[in-house]
Design a protein around this ligand. Structure first.
Ligand code: FUL
Length: 693
């Protein structure tokens, strides 16, 4: 190119760029600190404090500092797990509702300084701050506004105390990226020995504006979290999701910590006045704190994947909690599951199939290069495709150049200029016809659609409605491999065996003769009848990749088709739940033990053992401890128990219990629950089964 030509080209580009007017921002806008926070996306919560040792979720405040005594506390292990999981930071419960402080606060004696851990010389906040630095993670702090230990809770003096503690935390531990203020506030407590109920005026007691100023002054880059922001809002549930429609805008002044309209936090407001994006907080176990009895209830990979796609995939950030255990470590089972999630996400987003595609749009702002369609695939978040003012209906088409199989569609708006899109669809060019594969509402910072697999050579994003001209910064396409986890095998009362996979389109091979199934075994297509005693083994295979799950094995005894609860109970329909083959339904009795459960098998059976699964609900409402078991031919004369004793450790480990005894023939069985394993004194049954000879 001659110099003159080069000059003309440069002059033309400069001229045409100068011509195009940038899109007006759509209010409200995120602040710099919020934009930085958005980019973190995924980070950890750690609930570890006095409750870990008192085995509670909400301590009363009268716990003794001597009780806090982790044996192997290692914040570097937490940091290592979080780093390996792909998380960007850790938020620690420096003080929970029971008031115990993980740092040696100079304003209270109720802290680590009076615990045996490190002979009172320890500081968990310091240890974590150091570990985060070492592993290049951000540090966040949870300071409970409610304090069931403090004598002055409810009056002005407590607010002073709370703010002093906040100052300590925000001054002594380096940079803090997020300050977490819980909405749970006021109620019964120890309160320095008063042991009473203290109600506070949620909207005024804390004078939050003054507290926020302290955070701004000491940690100007920290985002403030609460039900009402001001920077980040709660997502309105603790299960791990936001609504598909999710605005980062909120009519913030209508909210305060603990306000009753929390369900609106799941969607934000289209006409929100402030930028207050949602953060999804969820624990990897049912509880926030560690309880041994939840060791078998760590969320599985499919569940964690659902959470990921229902939070980060829906314009929210994700805060997954680890209930650090009494050793002071993230439990092995929690680590195993979170790493499985990390590995699966890596595979899901390994190859961006949109890269290198030819991109065209129905309208480009000022016909300029600056807002050109190809900006959506240039992997630069700062460049976007935009349309002319007034053009909200517009589409951008990616020509992939060849038939490509896809099942994930990822799209992002340039939120620095506000969240705009109200409605969009995705179409694919399948067999020479444009077919709609998704119809959705908001996008925001990131939207990821999990779609069924389809093959296409072109894909199109249609913006159907927006607050103003759309600004799309990024589109990515993926083909995530199928998730291969063990299948679930169950049998209903009417003897039908079902085998379930997490994903559709996978093959299940099974056997009922005890042999290990292979790809030449029976292929499962629908529930089948299994009346007799048999062991069902099943595995899942992805025929495309030949990837196999490990074996799921369930031993079934005789079917329960004819079984009836023969004892006299008011609520006999509930009794059916213990035969239904569903471990998640249970029958809990109102009365306290001793209680006799008498079952009529409808025929004589020779029995050499029984199995009992207690209620699997979060709070284990009914668990039998001591028992006796009788067998009778006529349901009247029972004789001596064939088995008696206790389900040792059932409170801590409410898993299947199995008891064997000398084979005895009879038509009736009586399980006498003698005592409960719980303080509530209640007993119940999720599933009951027998072992026949
Ligand atoms: C709730 C608290 O009451 C729970 O104990 C837990 O800390 C959770 C993150 O927030 O509101």
């Amino acid at each position: 190119m001659t110099n003159r030509l080069l000059f003309l080209v440069i002059a033309f580009i400069t001229f045409s760029c100068a011509q195009v007017v940038p899109p007006e921002p759509v209010l409200p806008l995120p602040s710099e600190r919020q934009l930085a926070w958005h980019n973190l996306e995924y980070y950890a919560f750690v609930h570890f404090n006095m409750n870990t040792f008192s085995d509670m979720e909400w301590g009363m405040g009268d716990e003794k500092p001597e009780t806090f005594n982790p044996t192997e506390l290692d914040c570097r292990q937490w940091a290592r797990v979080c780093k390996n999981a792909g998380m960007k930071g850790i938020i620690l419960t420096a003080k929970h509702h029971d008031g115990f402080c993980l740092w040696p606060s100079e304003y209270t004696e109720h802290s680590v300084k009076n615990s045996p851990w490190k002979k009172g010389k320890g500081d968990v906040v310091r240890d974590l701050a150091d570990a985060c630095k070492e592993y290049d993670l951000k540090l966040g702090l949870y300071l409970s506004p409610w304090d069931r230990n403090h004598a002055e809770y409810g009056n002005e003096k407590y607010i002073e105390y709370f703010r002093n503690q906040l100052r300590e935390l925000l001054t002594n531990y380096g940079d803090v990226f997020e300050v977490w203020f819980d909405g749970a506030n006021g109620g019964t407590g120890y309160y320095g020995g008063a042991n009473e109920e203290r109600k506070i005026e949620r909207q005024t007691y804390y004078d939050w504006q003054t507290t926020y100023k302290i955070v701004r002054e000491l940690q100007p880059n920290a985002c403030l979290f609460s039900d009402a922001g001001p920077d980040i809002r709660w997502c309105g549930n603790e299960e791990g999701w936001v609504n598909q429609t999710n605005w980062s805008a909120l009519r913030r002044n209508e909210f305060y910590p603990g306000s009753p309209k929390y369900k609106e936090l799941r969607s934000g407001h289209e006409d929100g006045t402030h930028w207050v994006p949602a953060e999804v907080d969820v624990s990897i176990r049912p509880g926030w704190y560690y309880h041994k009895y939840e060791d078998h209830k760590v969320k599985t990979l499919p569940h964690l994947l659902d959470i990921y796609y229902s939070s980060i995939g829906r314009n929210a950030s994700l805060l997954i909690n680890f209930p650090v255990d009494t050793r002071g470590l993230i439990h092995e089972k929690d680590e195993e599951q979170i790493l499985k999630l990390a590995e699966t996400l890596k595979a899901d987003f390994r190859h961006n199939l949109a890269a290198g595609s030819k991109v065209e749009a129905s309208n480009v702002r000022g016909n300029s290069k600056k807002y050109k369609a190809a900006n959506v695939t240039d992997s630069k978040p700062e460049t976007s495709w935009a349309t002319d003012d007034g053009v909200v209906k517009a589409s951008v088409t990616l020509d992939l150049g060849e038939e490509t199989e896809i099942n994930r569609f990822l799209v992002q708006e340039d939120i620095a200029l506000g969240q705009r899109v109200k409605e969009f669809t995705v179409e694919a060019f399948i067999n020479n016809i444009w077919e709609e594969v998704a119809s959705e509402t908001t996008i925001g910072r990131k939207r990821i659609l999990r779609l069924p697999n389809f093959t296409t050579s072109k894909i199109r994003l249609n913006i159907v409605d927006a607050k103003a001209c759309p600004l799309i910064s990024n589109i990515e396409l993926y083909k995530a491999p199928k998730v291969i986890v063990d299948p679930k095998i169950s049998r209903s009362k009417d003897a039908m065996v079902s085998i379930h996979t997490f994903e559709k389109g996978l093959d299940i091979y099974y056997s009922i003769d005890g042999s290990d199934p292979s790809v030449s075994s029976k292929n499962y297509s629908a529930p089948f009848v299994l009346k007799n005693k048999a062991t069902v083994k099943a595995m899942v295979v992805d025929s495309e990749t030949n990837k196999q799950s490990s074996l799921a094995v369930v031993e079934f005894d005789v079917a329960k088709t004819k079984w009836k609860m023969a004892a006299q109970f008011k609520n006999l329909e509930r009794a059916e739940l213990i035969f239904d083959g569903d471990e998640n339904t249970a029958w809990t009795l109102r009365n306290e033990p001793p209680i006799d459960f008498i079952i009529d098998f409808g025929e004589n059976l020779t029995i050499s053992g029984f199995k009992y699964l207690p209620d699997q609900g979060r709070w284990n409402p009914g668990v039998i401890f001591a028992y006796e078991l009788y067998i009778s031919k006529n349901g009247k004369s029972w004789g001596e128990p064939v088995s008696l004793g206790e389900f040792s450790n059932i409170r801590n480990s409410p898993i299947w219990q199995k008891k064997e005894f000398q084979a005895t023939t009879g038509r009736f069985i009586k399980l006498r629950a003698l005592t409960s394993a719980l303080e509530s004194g209640k007993v119940g049954i999720a599933e009951f089964d027998i072992i026949t000879r």
